[in-house]
Design a protein around this ligand. Structure first.
Ligand SMILES: [Zn+2]
Length: 121
């Protein structure tokens, strides 16, 4: 799997989420499954601008495992989400069918060759 700063994989279950990511802060996460050797395979990428814990808890039951990290602010969350989206194969491999967008602030993807990068427009 691609190298990321995400911690995990962890079982996507309320007590584990609250134990590992209990504070209220923004973050990014990958949801997915693991193979027989325990290696994580991402199926969905997401970001939480303010409350990673709440978002992860909302996903319980939809995916088996997750990896996540806290980030310092909403822009960092957006840019890290873009990085993860590309690292984990974009819409060809993920359940995310569209590239991450930020309509509120107009932030663009940090990947230079991406059509969503600011130099592309
Ligand atoms: Zn991109």
């Amino acid at each position: 799997m691609p190298q990321t700063n995400l911690a995990g994989p962890y079982l996507l279950a309320h007590p584990i989420i609250n134990n590992e990511f209990g504070q209220i802060a923004g973050g990014v996460y990958a949801l997915g499954t693991t193979n027989s050797r325990g290696a994580f395979r991402a199926q969905y990428i997401g970001r939480a601008d303010f409350d990673l814990n709440e978002q992860l808890n909302d996903w319980v039951g939809s995916y088996q495992y997750f990896e996540a990290e806290f980030v310092p602010d909403a822009q960092a969350a957006f840019e890290e989400e873009c990085q993860l989206y590309h690292k984990f194969g974009g819409n060809e491999l993920l359940d995310n069918k569209i590239h991450p967008i930020c309509t509120e602030h107009g932030w663009r993807c940090p990947i230079p060759e991406c059509p969503y990068n600011e130099t592309a427009q």
